[in-house]
Design a binder for this molecule. Structure first.
Ligand code: ATP
Length: 234
C-alpha cells in the first residue's frame, strides 16, 4: 500500500500541497481529480521523488520513501509516466521502451516484460524501429506507458495520459489503463476525463488548491452532486 500522511511541498517560498493524506491500495486503481493547477502533477512528482517533501511522510509497502531518490523509488516498485510523455523523439520506439528497464539487471525478465508490453500495444511491435517522434499522439502515449511498465512496477503513476488526444483515442488509452490494472498492477491516475476515469477506478480523490477535499469509492464519487457539478458537467 502507498500511504501519504500530511504531505506538504511546493516551489520556492510557496507551498502547493498542504497536508495531503491519501492511500492507494495494492492492485487497485486510484484516481486523483482536480482542476488545472490544483496540484496533481506536483503530488505525483513528490511521490516519485522528483520533488522534495517539506513535511509529512510517504510509505510504500512498509518502506519510508519521502527522503528516497527517484531511482530508489523506481526500485521499490513505483513507476511514473509523466504528463507530456517526455519521449526521446529521435530514438526508436524500442530504445525508448528499453530505457525504462534500467532498475533491474535481470535480462530474461526484461525480455519477458518487453514481450508483454508489445502484446498489450501490438502497434508498437510494427513501429519498434521507427523514431518515437514519428508516431501519432496516442501511439506515443502507449510508448510512454510501456516505458514505465518496463521497470516492472507494482504501482504505476499516470499523469493525465489522455491529454491532447482525440476522444476515440482517449477511450483506447483508458481501456489499456484498465487492462494494466486487471493484470494486477496498482494504478494512481490523474485525468481530465473525470467520468471515464471514475468508471474504471476503485477509489477517487478530489484535490483543490493543494488540499484533498473529497475521498470516496469511485462509484460514489460518480453519484456525488458536488463532483457531478464540478467535474462531470452535469
Ligand atoms: P495541470 O492539470 O494544469 O497539470 P496540476 O493539478 O497538475 O495542473 P500542478 O502542475 O501540480 O497542478 O501545479 C500546482 C501549482 O503549482 C500551480 O499553481 C502552479 O502554478 C504551481 N507550479 C507548478 N510548477 C511550478 C514550478 N516549477 N515553479 C513554481 N510553481 C509551479
Amino acid at each position: 500500500m502507498l500511504t501519504l500522511d500530511n504531505v506538504s511541498t511546493g516551489y520556492d517560498a510557496t507551498n502547493v500541497l498542504h497536508g495531503v493524506s491519501i492511500t492507494a491500495q495494492p492492485g487497485e486503481l486510484t484516481v486523483v481529480l482536480g482542476a488545472n493547477g490544483s496540484g496533481k502533477t506536483t503530488l505525483f512528482k513528490t511521490i516519485s521523488g522528483l520533488m522534495r517533501v517539506r513535511a509529512g511522510s510517504i510509505d510504500y509497502e512498509g518502506r519510508q520513501l519521502h527522503r528516497a531518490r527517484p531511482n530508489a523509488i523506481v526500485k521499490a516498485g513505483i513507476a511514473h509516466c509523466p504528463e507530456g510523455r517526455h519521449l526521446f523523439g529521435k530514438m526508436s520506439v524500442e530504445k525508448n521502451l528499453r530505457l525504462g528497464s534500467y532498475p533491474h539487471r535481470n535480462s530474461s525478465r526484461t525480455e519477458e516484460i518487453y514481450a508483454e508490453v508489445l502484446d498489450m500495444f501490438p502497434i508498437l511491435k510494427e513501429k519498434a524501429k521507427q523514431p518515437a517522434g514519428s508516431l501519432s499522439g496516442g501511439q506515443q502515449q502507449m510508448v510512454a506507458i510501456g516505458r514505465a511498465l518496463m521497470s516492472d512496477p507494482s504501482l504505476l503513476i499516470l499523469d493525465e495520459p489522455s491529454m491532447g488526444l482525440a476522444p476515440i483515442i482517449v477511450e483506447q488509452v483508458l481501456e489499456s489503463v484498465a487492462q494494466i490494472n486487471r493484470n494486477g498492477i496498482g494504478v494512481l491516475l490523474s485525468e481530465q476525463n473525470a467520468k471515464a476515469s471514475l468508471a474504471i477506478a476503485h477509489k477517487g480523490y478530489v484535490l483543490a488548491e493543494g488540499r484533498i477535499v473529497l475521498a470516496d469509492e469511485a462509484s460514489r464519487l460518480l453519484d456525488n452532486p458536488e463532483v457531478q457539478a464540478a467535474y462531470l458537467g452535469l
